[in-house]
Ligand binder design. Structure first.
Ligand code: CS2
Length: 501
């Protein structure tokens, strides 16, 4: 692949690049939520399939990315012909490569019809999503579509100009049904338990609200495979772009940085064609649950825990957390002693080694992965990342000190003020609700925890039958508030030692 430097931008200069991609592409993926994660993960696998296609009789696939909100990614990618670099690194160094699988980027609020047109086109075989937990517009505990969500209410009466991923999917599927076109596969790539099943539930509830017969067609024709996706992809910063341009001589506004590790496990449950992903390292299996459980509880559970505890001890980056001996002891105990025994490992996976590998991945100094980035949207993440594990432990009469410490750390974070009295900008759809609970009950810890636990779209009602959970949260939140996070962590570690000695 050759480039020329033009207007200080990265621009592919050969006809062969273009002819290798778009004109020959016989099938399309429409991807909703074209952020850094998609560009460093699914788009890379598809790009690798296209690389094979030159040698084997594989189809060339192209991706049409959709931004559901802002025009930023389109404005970065389209002037570069949608080409961009991925920089992979670990402790041994880094390398870069170019991705050319994306054909175009559409900005949904500018033209919802253009998005619907490409989703309705028969060449589109797969509609995939990385829209984060809150993009599913559901109650994370019950899994039900949130009919009070204003965007869902809008979409239910404006199917020709939807705002949400759910609205777009149902509208495009309805068009296909009405025009006797085949359905597409809907591929969730977000960190939700049984993400395909979760998505199917909200799509069917939405469809049922507009036309019950449509739900029957979707049930019969559409597939929603579950997936486990894994790659740590921090948000690209202006410094990353500058460093890249100094190192390689190209100003690539759409570059993404990531680790070398990458994993994708997909349930074998498709309608229509799929790229030859299994030839480029994707594991297509009968059942994804065990992989997803291990990843969500161990990687994401540890990530959220280290984000809150690390942020409140003044650490900005994940690798700094890993450099701190106390925090590492906390994490190791949390993962190996409290979380791992709740998981039935997928065949061939040694959970203790998996934990060691994760701790190693967290120590990657090249990534500059912000604790603040992971701390976002806790109300949407904590239930599946930590509370499912807590419930399992309580049912089995097992200790939950590190788990409840992490959850107390999250609650402390949502008060919106750090230990120096400086405001934290808590980015979470429930930030206001959690802050107002704190304001109302700040002087009475017992009442405060009761008020948090009564938010059943975060804390399942079933947790109320275990008084030990409330006691632990009261203990640890009280200690964190009284002593500060660092000293509270010391106390936790002494406590853990005393119980495991
Ligand atoms: C992280 C994830 O931001 C977060 O909440 O825990 O994005 C994590 O980096 C990925 O799931 C890793 O696969």
């Amino acid at each position: 692949m050759q480039f020329k430097r033009l207007n200080n931008a990265i621009v592919a200069n050969t006809h062969s690049d273009e002819s290798q991609r778009t004109p020959k592409a016989s099938a399309k993926i429409v991807h909703l939520g074209i952020g850094a994660f998609h560009r460093a993960h699914q788009a890379v696998y598809t790009n690798n399939v296209n690389g094979l296609a030159a040698k084997a009789a594989e189809d060339i696939w192209s991706i049409v990315g959709v931004s559901l909100r802002s025009a930023t990614v389109r404005d970065q990618l389209v002037p570069q012909n949608c080409f961009y670099n991925v920089i992979e690194s670990d402790a041994s160094g880094s390398n870069r490569f170019l991705v050319s699988a994306i054909e175009d980027v559409l900005v949904a609020p500018e033209s919802p019809q253009a998005v619907l047109d490409v989703m309705a086109a028969e060449t589109t075989q797969i509609v995939s999503l990385t829209v984060t937990e809150k993009g599913y517009c559901h109650d994370v505990v019950s899994g039900d579509l949130d009919l009070q969500n204003p965007d869902i209410q809008h979409d239910l009466v404006n199917l020709d100009s939807p705002k949400t991923a759910i609205g777009f999917i149902v509208s495009a599927l309805k068009f296909r049904r009405d025009h006797a076109l085949p359905a597409f596969t809907v591929l969730s790539c977000d960190n939700l338990p049984s993400n395909g099943k979760t998505l199917a539930k909200v799509v069917l509830q939405f469809a049922g609200s507009i036309e019950p017969a449509l739900t029957d067609w979707i049930k019969a024709q559409v597939k929603f495979p579950n997936t486990m996706i894994d790659r740590i992809v921090p948000a690209t910063t202006a410094d990353d772009i500058d460093m890249f341009s100094q190192r390689y001589g190209y100003h690539d506004l759409a570059m993404v940085k990531t680790e070398r590790f990458s994993q994708w496990v997909i349930e074998d449950n498709f309608v229509g064609k799929l790229p030859a992903w299994q030839k480029v390292g994707v594991n297509i299996v009968k059942d994804v649950d065990a992989y997803e459980n291990a990843k969500l509880r161990l990687l994401n559970g540890a990530h959220s825990s280290l984000a809150y505890v690390g942020y409140l001890t003044g650490l900005d980056f994940v690798h700094q957390v890993k450099e701190n001996p106390e925090l590492t002891r906390f994490l190791t105990h949390l993962m190996k002693v409290e979380i791992a025994p709740t998981i039935v490992a997928p065949e061939g996976l040694d959970l203790q080694k998996y934990c060691d590998d994760l701790l190693q991945r967290f120590s990657n100094p090249e990534l500059h992965h912000r604790t603040y980035q992971i701390a976002m949207d806790g109300s949407q993440k904590v239930p599946q990342r930590l509370l499912h594990t807590v419930e399992y432990k309580l049912k089995n009469n097992q200790a939950i000190d590190a788990l409840s410490f992490a959850i107390a750390g999250w609650l402390r974070y949502t008060t919106g003020v750090n230990e120096n009295g400086v405001a934290i900008e808590v980015q979470d759809p429930r930030a206001e609700q959690l802050a107002s609970i704190y304001k109302q009950h700040a002087n009475n810890l017992d009442e405060l925890i009761d008020a948090y636990l009564s938010v059943h779209s975060i804390f399942p009602e079933s947790l109320q039958s275990y008084p030990a959970f409330k006691e632990k949260l009261c203990d640890w939140l009280g200690i964190i508030q009284k002593l500060g996070m660092k000293a509270a962590l010391q106390e936790l570690l002494e406590n853990i030692n005393a119980t495991t000695d």
